[in-house]
Design a protein. Structure first.
Length: 370
């Protein structure tokens, strides 16, 4: 039967993601609109975002956090263009974004000593193939495949190369061993449901030393430069951004961080995502027409959950359209380069009750289109 109750929040996109429960534009009333981002007030607001990020995540005290242009993409490109080159590079690929990093390393930076380890959607490459005398590039969570790295045990502490991790749909939702990572990037729009266009770049002391002592042979766009007049630009990591940021978007991020604190900080955020995933797991266990794209539970994402269905592609598209037409689930189709199926965001900003409700609609919609 057609369900009678609809989710309070029908936004299940994997980016931009749902705003946090109870979100209101009134939370942005203290935005310093019309003020320079280089004023004491503006720099103070940006520094507050940096300092609260460090505190909530529990980053090592000697790691640096900076706000950079162009979302997670800009942050990760900035890291690759600034750091890669002096060593060989191992790249692990199992979905579209990691594939993009491999392409840029080979086709844009044109590095020669590159090894790419690739697996199909739903699978994780054999991480033991990594040579840590090289720099190693990977995503922590495959946003478009629903496949995550289960832990950091495969990364040694005595590595010679750097580890560059795109963590955009994982950080704030998964246990990540920061000391295993030399570069961590993410965007505000994912797990915390912030606004787009700004990226976060986190650097270990080892990566900072690389930047100070290595000059890339290629021209460096201004928005990628972390050296200024021959010295490392520490101001980027204290609130002095390279270009003009949106103070409104920054205020929105601060509001998201306040909400994160209200639900128990990092531990609470992870618990919310895990509880949401558990609802989907119970639903899949009870229905043989739907399954996770991830081939095992160990590598199953608790944020960007991807499903395969026993339906042809046209029926899946009809199901996605039906859910949208009913106003119960928007943007829940699989990523355009992924196998046909469904993708639901179940990160911390989504309430468990809404996941429970949407499973009822999934069952109804499946039988309607079948």
């Amino acid at each position: 039967m057609k369900p009678k109750i609809k989710p309070k929040n029908n936004c299940y996109s994997s980016g931009p993601c749902a705003k946090h429960p109870g979100y209101s534009l009134n939370e942005l009333k203290d935005t310093p609109l019309g003020r320079s981002h280089r004023s004491a007030l503006g720099k103070g607001k940006l520094a507050e975002s940096i300092n609260r990020t460090k505190e909530i995540l529990g980053l090592p005290p000697d790691y640096l956090v900076g706000i950079v242009p162009a979302s997670d993409t800009g942050a990760f490109e900035m890291a690759m263009w600034s750091l890669l080159g002096p060593r060989g590079v191992d790249v692990f690929v199992w979905e579209s974004f990691s594939k993009g990093w491999a392409t840029d390393i080979q086709a844009q930076l044109k590095l020669e000593n590159v090894r790419v380890f690739e697996e199909d959607y739903g699978k994780l490459p054999d991480l033991s193939q990594a040579d840590f005398d090289n720099d190693v590039v990977f995503v922590w969570n495959g946003t478009t495949s629903g496949v995550k790295i289960p832990n950091g045990d495969w990364i040694p502490d005595n590595r010679k190369g750097l580890t560059l991790c795109d963590a955009t749909s994982a950080i704030f939702a998964m246990d990540i061993p920061y000391d295993k990572l030399d570069v961590i990037t993410y965007s505000w729009q994912k797990v915390l449901g912030g606004e787009a266009a700004h990226g976060i770049l986190i650097l270990s002391p080892r990566s900072v030393e690389r930047i100070k002592n290595y000059s890339p042979p290629w021209p460096m766009p201004k928005i990628f430069r972390m050296m200024k007049k021959g010295k490392f630009n520490e101001g980027i990591f204290k609130g002095s951004t390279i270009n003009t940021p949106s103070m409104l978007a920054n205020e929105d991020y601060l509001a998201a961080l306040s909400w994160a604190e209200s639900v128990g900080g990092l531990k609470g955020l992870i618990q919310r995502s895990n509880s949401n995933l558990k609802v989907f797991e119970d639903f899949v266990d009870k229905n043989d027409w739907i399954d996770f794209l991830a081939e095992s539970k160990e590598i199953r994402s608790n944020t960007s959950v991807c499903f395969s269905l026993d339906l042809p592609e046209d029926k899946i598209k009809a199901m996605v359209k039906l859910l949208a037409d009913e106003g119960v689930a928007y943007d829940c189709g699989s990523y355009r380069a992924a196998p046909p199926g469904l993708r639901f965001w179940c990160g911390a900003t989504v309430d468990k009750q809404d996941i429970e409700i949407i499973t009822q609609w999934l069952e109804w919609a499946y039988h309607e289109v079948k």
